[in-house]
Design a protein around this ligand. Structure first.
Ligand code: BG6
Length: 516
């Protein structure tokens, strides 16, 4: 008698083609020079130069890596090096030999951004660096200036012959453009037109530092490296999603910038929509830059547009008044430096978004962000639908909270039986904490992003169609607010969770904001 033996059940074949899985384990960029336009500015000093120094300490910079600072002050290379030395040597653990070697790669070109002659001097310095430090014509231009200078810098780079393309074989050229990318759809389109007069899309890196945060990248790993979430990540199981980006800081010294920007341009159009698209996107076919960005753009295109009526019913604007933060009295927004005493600028926004797709139809995504809220916290909370029958009395919802910052981690809230003879239950949480699970502290967002530019990996940067889709979505909010005066501003006290109208936005459907 013969016995049929069933073949053992095996796991499905996993895709192991590195081109598809996008494995990025060993990554070392080719030697290159980075030119920082606006080298004496806040961004260069607070973020870029410290990130470059940290990359250097971690030995992640390529050999011969060089930095050319450009700003108006009449400094020479040595004086520029000394400035950086002074800012770094506050840290007593710095290795002096390592610092000397790093500073040898620092150069400076004084001038204004509209001066053709400055670009000729820059060209000479870059050629000298190529010869002496082996950077082989590879250049990264970083526009760390106020946005009004972006067009002139790009045009001048083009005219000075400082932009190579793949065809010339003269090394690579990449340009990094800081946010805000335009101030509305028309200006973003115009900026894209200027950019593309000089650079190909593959050379352009529109930066959003939220994408450089480990916890933000982990949204994709959490979703797509685990099998258990996908079946419930949709309208059948998710009741709604809350995305909170709260800051306890006010506008500090940036009143002038903020008066022009406001919360929608400063946070919603970029950082918050990035968090939303990563949370809502479909699994990409691979982890390559275009595959990932295609899916993000699809989310933006699937979002229900705002019209006047929806701006009125689904969007709340706020501005902080005086109040208390951490036991200290803080001024109202209208009392901050360089802010108009009757300013209409919003420092808080809450809005309900819908994504009209098979996955998300009918699931509200509630987003809120504000300055001078009680604490600094960013989180994405997925709240699941209630159980169909209340066998044990009322239950709290299951909530999966991804804590982006601080206290980075992920927790899942569920009901558990309270020990004892009665059938009572209460919510408890399973909690993952980065700090406990991984011994190393996460790198600063700019470190990761600068390295990606050197490597030519644009996955974590916004593509042209992505920024245009984001502006298209928020345009009706900006237009309606610009056209209608809010008579109730300021409408929340510093140190509180925003205007009452934001609570009502959720209460109308029986929901509540979380208190993270
Ligand atoms: C910047 C905004 O892009 O992001 C600031 O211009 C804001 O207003 C900051 O404070 C928040 O970034 P982070 O990394 O501190 O959450």
């Amino acid at each position: 008698m013969s016995v049929d033996i069933a073949p053992p059940i095996t796991a499905p074949t996993l895709t192991s083609n590195p081109l598809r899985t996008g494995l990025r384990i060993e990554r070392s960029p080719a030697p290159c020079a980075m030119v920082i336009f606006g080298a004496s500015g806040d961004l260069a000093k607070r973020k870029l130069l410290p990130a470059l120094w940290a990359l250097n300490e971690a030995q992640q910079l390529p050999p011969g890596f060089s930095i050319v600072g450009i700003a108006r002050s009449e400094l020479n290379h040595e004086q520029f090096r000394q400035q950086l030395r002074d800012s770094i040597t506050h840290d007593l653990t710095v290795d002096p030999t390592m610092l000397d070697t790093f500073l040898q790669g620092l150069f400076y070109v004084p001038g204004t951004f509209d001066q053709p002659d400055m670009y000729q001097r820059l060209k000479q310095v870059l050629e000298q660096i190529d010869r002496e430090r082996g950077t082989a014509g590879n250049r990264m231009y970083y526009l760390a200036t106020p946005p009004s200078f972006f067009p002139v810098i790009m045009e001048q780079l083009g005219q000075a012959g400082l932009v190579s393309d793949a065809a010339t074989g003269a090394g690579w050229t990449r340009v990094v453009i800081e946010k805000p990318f335009g101030r509305d759809l028309a200006t973003a389109r115009e900026l894209n037109r200027v950019v593309h007069g000089v650079f190909d899309e593959a050379q352009v890196y529109r930066i959003d530092h939220y994408l450089g945060k480990e916890t933000v990248q982990n949204i994709l790993h959490f979703r797509f490296a685990n099998a258990i979430w996908e079946p419930i990540w949709n309208r059948r199981y998710v009741d709604h999603v809350q995305i909170t980006v709260a800051e306890d800081l006010g506008v500090e010294t940036r009143g002038g910038y903020y008066e022009e920007a406001g919360i929608v341009r400063d946070m919603l159009e970029n950082h918050m929509l990035q968090l939303l698209t990563l949370t809502a996107m479909e699994p990409p076919v691979s982890f390559d830059a275009d595959a990932v960005r295609d899916e993000k753009v699809k989310v933006l295109r699937g979002m229900r547009p705002f019209d006047l009526q929806r701006v009125q019913s689904d969007v709340v604007r706020g501005q902080y008044g005086a109040g208390w933060i951490g036991g200290k009295a803080v001024p109202a927004y209208r009392q901050e430096q360089k802010v108009a005493p009757d300013s209409q600028t919003a420092t808080y926004v809450a809005a309900t978004f819908y994504i009209d797709t098979w996955r998300w139809e009918g699931v509200p995504f509630y987003l809120r962000s504000g300055k001078r809220l009680p604490k600094r916290v960013t989180e994405i909370a997925i709240q699941f639908r209630p159980v169909p029958q209340l066998l044990f009395g009322p239950t709290d919802p299951n909530v999966l909270a991804m804590r982006i910052q601080p206290d980075e981690g992920i927790s899942l809230q569920f009901e558990a039986k309270v020990p004892g003879p009665t059938a009572r239950h209460r919510p408890v949480a399973m909690d993952f904490r980065y700090g406990t699970a991984f011994a190393t502290a996460p790198a600063e967002a700019y470190q990761r992003l600068l390295l990606d530019v050197m490597l030519g990996d644009s996955t974590l940067f916004a593509r042209r169609d992505e920024v245009e889709a984001a502006w298209t979505l928020v345009a009706p909010i900006l237009n309606t607010w610009a056209a209608t005066q809010a008579t109730d501003l300021p409408n929340y006290e510093a140190g509180t969770w925003g205007p009452e109208a934001a609570d009502q936005l959720l209460e109308a459907s029986g929901r509540r904001w979380r208190r993270p």
